[in-house]
Design a protein around this ligand. Structure first.
Ligand SMILES: [Ca+2]
Ligand SMILES: [Ca+2]
Length: 343
């Protein structure tokens, strides 16, 4: 038995295709199918017209939103991946399982993979239908505020390539990400005093290495998610403060965790930093001076490092600063690149 919808479609089919004589018995199988197909085609056409009428004014915006979120996501992921690769290699060196130097072949392979992912994903979401940057169908840089002329650089490191298309945006974020991570890892990677892999000192060095990675990664992920909310107009920003109201709390927790975890391992019997039983900075091995850089709204990290607390503060401060520069660069539609990143 035919349902109500089928009856209607069938009747319409009979009416259009044949001299309908008022009798449903004339509406045989073929006529019924012809009617269904005509009905569907007409519905699809109507929907298509409606959809394109509604979508046309926002198509551009939608592609720009997709593109800008992709750049923010991939530039964070890239910096996190190379940081992880260098840290993994560094940990093996500290433990005496790898003679160094870092990056070794494994780390280099990971970095190369991260590099091609960065470029490919940005091409896919910013490069238009041909998924290639530098062709006429690209989403224009101005649609996602990357029409900056040239890459804004990080502390005069030469990340200044001209920005003509989305491929140049990838190159810029790649350059800044690399420089940020190398500078951060450089604080301790080649500075640690060689130590017995079974010693407390060795565990301490491993911990400093790990916690620096953790804070850097957490900060980038938290900021990126906060900006995604701004991009989707869920909250006005800027990030992290006031952001989505959650980011700032997460970041404070991550910083406290870094301090707690390092002090637990390096802080001696009382597991606290700043007391007499701490491992001395000179036996751990660390940069003598913390670089003179300042995270947004904070005093400069700069100054001599004389004790364990100094190491903790410097790792926290510089990890924060580098993450903020990588993040700030990636969201020109949400914030201006922090002045301190390229004074
Ligand atoms: Ca293209
Ligand atoms: Ca202590």
């Amino acid at each position: 038995m035919l349902g109500l919808l089928e009856l209607r479609l069938c009747w319409r089919g009979c009416f259009r295709g044949f001299a309908y004589d008022g009798s449903l018995s004339r509406c045989d199988h073929d006529e019924y199918h012809a009617g269904v197909i005509r009905g569907l085609l007409s519905a699809m056409f109507t929907l298509g017209v409606l959809a394109s009428a509604l979508a046309l004014p926002t198509t551009v915006d939608a592609s720009a939103v997709r593109c800008r979120e992709r750049i923010s996501r991939e530039s964070a992921t890239y910096a996190q991946s190379i940081m992880k690769a260098l840290n993994g290699c560094g940990e093996f060196v500290i433990k005496g399982k790898n003679p160094g130097p870092c990056p070794d072949a494994t780390a280099l392979a990971t970095i190369a993979k991260a590099e091609s992912r960065l470029h490919a994903r940005i091409e896919k979401d910013c490069g238009g239908l041909d998924r290639t940057c530098g062709t006429p169908d690209d989403t224009p840089l101005s649609f996602y505020n990357w029409d900056l002329g040239s890459c804004p650089d990080l502390e005069g490191s030469g990340c200044t390539n001209t920005l003509n298309d989305c491929g140049d945006v990838s190159t810029c974020t790649q350059c800044v990400g690399e420089v940020a991570v190398n500078q951060l890892v450089g604080l301790y990677a080649d500075e640690f005093v060689p130590s017995d892999p079974r010693s407390k000192l060795n565990s301490c060095q491993v911990r400093i290495n790990k916690e620096s990675l953790r804070l850097f990664r957490t900060r980038l992920t938290t900021l990126r998610k906060c900006w995604r909310g701004v991009s989707r107009e869920r909250h006005p920003g800027p990030c992290p403060d006031p952001g989505d109201g959650k980011a700032i709390i997460k970041l404070e927790k991550a910083e406290a965790k870094l301090e707690r975890n390092i002090c637990k391992v390096c802080g001696g019997a009382d597991r606290e930093c700043g007391t007499a039983d701490d491992l001395p900075a000179s036996s751990i091995g660390f940069a003598a001076m913390c670089p003179d850089v300042a995270p947004l709204g904070e005093p400069s990290c700069g100054g001599p490092i004389t004790d364990l607390q100094g190491i903790v503060d410097c790792v926290r401060c510089v990890s924060t600063f580098k993450a903020d520069c990588v993040d700030g660069l990636a969201v020109p539609w949400g914030t201006t690149y922090p002045l301190g990143c390229n004074p």
